[in-house]
Design a protein around this ligand. Structure first.
Ligand SMILES: [Zn+2]
Length: 309
């Protein structure tokens, strides 16, 4: 009874024909997502059905994310990881939309997720002045790097190569700076921190959290030595300030493979590994995911039926 109530409060069936195929099949589908979540934190979503379906897409924060269809239990399942970027998300209700095709018909189900404010503290840092206000001659370089990163972050591949929990990028995780810290560089406020800084001596091997394909590498002005890995369904991991890069764009890598060595290149105050997790273009806190699984995360969501007979 409780589930049914929740279903009507969170799901708006935006297409009247959702029930149009009554009698023509015995297919039913369900979506799972949280009704509220903290800004900056990753959450899990799923679509399940007792019958085949195709082209599952979830739209969140203006980005359409293609999901994979997998065998699961007595039917099919699609998993997704989503989140919101602490640097530009305001608290409030946000739309989530699921779409898929079943028995030749297009199904849509939408709901809302209440994103909650979370206090991320401030952090004062002192770096080289040219890293706060870059010299004019570097502006073109910075613009080009930002374009390349933007393109890499829009990568959308269907096969799911991310499996949870991820492998830890380093054997020991000691944070020197948390995700979300609003940073004040030489007294000038800048955006919140878009990843986690992990203690690492220069030259420490860095392992890929997920299997995937390298979509960008380079030595960038701010991020220094950088590697971006696409693992499917909009899940991308990135490492910054590397001293050495051991992979190149297009390389297929396995989970736990060494991709680089940590260092202190770019805008840094000392050697460390910066680890970012990007979900559908949103930089989220990468640390909580290291110790949880998609199954555990989905338990925090609410399952609602999309189509029923
Ligand atoms: Zn960092």
């Amino acid at each position: 009874m409780k589930k049914v109530k929740k279903f009507f409060s969170v799901i708006i069936l935006i297409s009247g024909f959702l029930f149009a195929n009554v009698g023509s099949s015995f297919a039913a589908a369900w979506v799972n997502f949280p009704t509220s979540w903290d800004i900056g934190q990753a959450f899990a979503i799923s679509l399940t059905s007792n019958a085949d379906y195709s082209n599952p897409v979830v739209t969140w924060m203006n980005r359409s994310i293609n999901l994979n269809v997998e065998q699961g239990g007595a039917g099919k399942i699609s998993y997704g990881l989503l989140g919101s970027d602490v640097r530009n998300t305001k608290p409030g209700l946000y739309d989530i939309l699921f779409e898929f095709i079943q028995d030749g018909k297009k199904y849509k189900a939408s709901g809302k997720i209440n994103l909650l404010a979370r206090q991320y503290p401030q952090e004062k840092l002192t770096v080289s002045p040219k890293m706060v206000n870059p010299p004019k001659k570097e502006l073109n370089r910075i613009r080009n790097e930002s374009k390349a990163v933007g393109a890499a972050l829009r990568t959308m591949t269907v096969p799911r190569r991310w499996t949870t929990p991820p492998d830890s990028p380093l054997p020991t995780i000691t944070l020197t700076s948390h995700y979300g810290f609003q940073r004040i560089y030489n007294g000038v406020p800048r955006n919140g921190h878009n990843g986690a800084d992990i203690r690492a001596a220069t030259g420490t091997p860095v392992r890929a959290p997920f299997a995937g394909t390298v979509v960008l590498t380079g030595f960038h002005y701010y991020a220094g030595g950088s590697v971006y890995i696409d693992s499917g369904n909009g899940v991308i991991t990135a490492f910054f300030h590397l001293s050495e890069i051991n992979v190149k764009k297009g390389d297929k890598i396995s989970k736990g493979q060494v991709v680089a060595k940590s260092g202190s290149t770019g805008r840094v105050t000392g050697p460390h590994l910066h680890y970012s997790l990007i979900l559908g273009g949103q930089f989220v806190d990468p640390i909580p995911l290291l110790s949880t699984s998609i199954t555990q995360m989905l338990k925090k969501g609410t399952q609602s039926q999309v189509n029923s007979l």
